[in-house]
Design a binder for this molecule. Structure first.
Ligand code: SF4
Length: 202
């Protein structure tokens, strides 16, 4: 277990408040980006939630860690903001830690998915831990169910590489959630055009 930074320890009370608020479908967010090209393939709408207890040294977004920061909004208003952008059909939930506001993030992801959006979710937890967490907190499983691709694991500075696409350190996995569920074991996501298929003439 990682050591908690002071901001996270102080913010614990807000984490539990956030959970209650999440049930009323409010969401605490750090910000949004309508034109992300680094949080998954193509042009994406990124929603950065506020609050993260992982405290990874070298975190790309330390201002998003405190649970009392950011802005409280309704899931509905975030949905409206995304819908108002006529260009983007893919959304990434990042942070902060989406699985520390699972009710609100699951609601957001479920409704976007229902409207045909593709969903990537970034988390500092590993997939196997999320499966265990889902047994106590169903919204964790619901957010996984609405996620097409999960980028999992904490950021590890010693494993950082600028050559990596869509992740900061090599311990993080880009997981195809549907295929993983079907296979019963982690299946990594592969971009269609990066899958080399052998021509029939070979
Ligand atoms: S999980 Fe992400 S947001 Fe949270 S501390 Fe680690 S790098 Fe920062």
């Amino acid at each position: 277990m990682s050591l908690k930074c002071k901001a996270c320890l102080l913010g614990r009370a807000f984490f539990y408040n956030e959970r209650v608020m999440g049930e009323s479908m409010n969401i605490r967010i750090f910000g949004t980006a309508a034109d992300s090209i680094v949080d998954g393939p193509g042009l994406r709408y990124a929603v950065f939630v506020q609050g993260c207890s992982h405290c990874c040294p070298g975190c790309h977004n330390p201002e998003s860690q405190p649970f009392d920061g950011g802005t409280v909004r309704t899931v509905e208003s975030v949905l409206d903001e995304i819908r108002a952008n006529g260009l983007v059909r893919d959304v990434t939930l990042s942070g902060g830690e989406p699985f520390e506001q699972p009710e609100a993030c699951a609601e957001l992801a479920r409704r976007l998915k229902g409207e045909g959006y593709g969903i990537w979710t970034y988390t500092g937890y590993v997939y196997e831990d999320l499966l265990r967490m889902a047994q106590d907190r169903p919204a964790v499983g619901q957010l996984l169910e609405s996620t097409d691709v999960l980028v999992d694991g904490p950021f590890v500075q010693a494993k950082k590489s600028l050559m990596l696409k869509f992740r900061g350190s090599s311990n993080q996995r880009i997981i195809d959630v549907r295929k993983t569920r079907e296979a019963g074991t982690v299946v990594l996501w592969r971009r269609d055009e990066e899958v080399i298929t052998r021509p029939a003439s070979w």
